[in-house]
Design a protein. Sequence first.
Length: 76
Amino acid sequence: MRGINDDEICNFVELTRHKPINVRFIEFMPFDGNVWNVKKLVPYAEMLDKVVRYTFEKCTTIFFCQCLSMDYGIIY
């Protein structure tokens, strides 16, 4: 969520370099009572751009994994 944890995106990606884990980023879901505001959303394209710039600066590679048909995200 923008302003809450969007500064931690690259830290989560960094975990995957040293540990055999998958990281998934899910959107803040607009449920009644959770005070949804579109300004809190960090779009997929913005997150991807941040990760690509980070991996470029670290001279490392990002791998896109094939998603299963029932997955709700993209695995890197």
